[in-house]
Design a protein around this ligand. Structure first.
Ligand SMILES: *[C@@H]1O[C@H](CO)[C@@H](O)[C@H](O)[C@H]1NC(C)=O
Length: 272
């Protein structure tokens, strides 16, 4: 009330007023959920999500806000960080359905590999810091990236006709960003990781620095290798890979028509 009142007042006085952007404004990476969007965002996805049920007046929610905002920023493109405002009447059915008794309540939604659109739901009882939330969520994300030994690489390529993305990495830990890309391109591009110590693989592909990303496509003439030379960040990689496959998820997935046009432009990669 106080906030609304003072905004009204400064609008009346025609002063430049700060716009109240909401508890989690569009300048944050937190997804604000409603009964209309909950299912598509949280159920129909291969992403793991954390959902906070909160009320704007609640003190613990205000304390959590900067941590939750920070967690959302660092999990962007890797997991979904979302919130339901329970002191908004239209969201009440959601808060009742998930049996929310106090604020904030945090729940984890993990995709069910056996039954699509039927996530496994559990309470989050961990620490209320960005780090604790991020670490817990990271431990729950699904990994569609195949870990390969040198001798597994060619059989993996021959397994299917879809393009492959092969990451040559220093160690065996798959970077979360890479797991996110594998979720975005599920069914369209297969992802594999081979570690530096698999020397025969890096020799075969002429890879001398780590990490290196090689995209492998197959046609009648055989396998073609393309070395990715752009920035090792999710956005540019997501963009680059749209020339090879169709993303099913991801922030800009709906703009498919634009993507198709971009894909027909000359590809900015070097062929090996
Ligand atoms: C989830 O992943 C599977 C392949 O693992 C894919 O077939 C399906 O389309 C994906 N679902 C969504 C909603 O992206």
């Amino acid at each position: 009330m106080l906030v609304t009142g003072s905004i009204l007042l400064c609008q009346l006085l025609m002063l430049l007023c700060p716009v109240y952007a909401g508890f989690y404004g569009s300048d944050t990476a937190v997804i604000n959920l409603t009964p209309k969007t909950f299912k598509s965002e949280i159920y129909d996805t291969n992403y793991t999500s954390v959902v906070e049920f909160y009320a704007e007046w609640c003190g613990h929610c205000k304390n959590l806000r900067p941590h939750y905002t920070k967690a959302a920023k660092s999990l962007k493109g890797v997991a979904k960080v979302a919130a339901v405002r329970c002191d908004d009447d239209s969201n009440q059915p959601l808060c009742a359905r998930y049996n929310v008794k106090g604020y904030p309540t945090l729940k984890l939604f993990r995709p069910n590999v056996k039954v699509p659109s039927s996530p496994l739901i559990e309470d989050y009882d961990g620490g209320r810091t960005a780090k604790a939330i991020v670490d817990t969520v990271l431990s729950k994300i699904s990994n569609k990236v195949r870990r390969l030994k040198a001798e597994d690489v060619q059989p993996w390529i021959d397994e299917s006709n879809v393009p492959k993305v092969l990451l040559f990495h220093n160690d065996a830990n798959t970077p979360p960003m890479y797991k996110g890309l594998a979720i975005d391109y599920a069914g369209s591009i297969n992802f594999g990781i081979v570690r530096k110590s698999e020397k025969l693989a890096s020799k075969e592909y002429g890879v001398t620095k780590f990490p290196t990303i090689v995209i492998i496509t197959t046609d009648e003439e055989g396998d073609h290798r393309h070395i990715y030379s752009g920035e090792l960040k999710k956005e540019p990689l997501y963009e680059y890979l749209s020339a090879f496959g169709t993303p099913v998820e991801g922030t800009r997935a709906p703009k498919k028509q634009k993507k198709a046009k971009q894909a027909s432009k000359p590809l900015q990669h070097e062929e090996l």
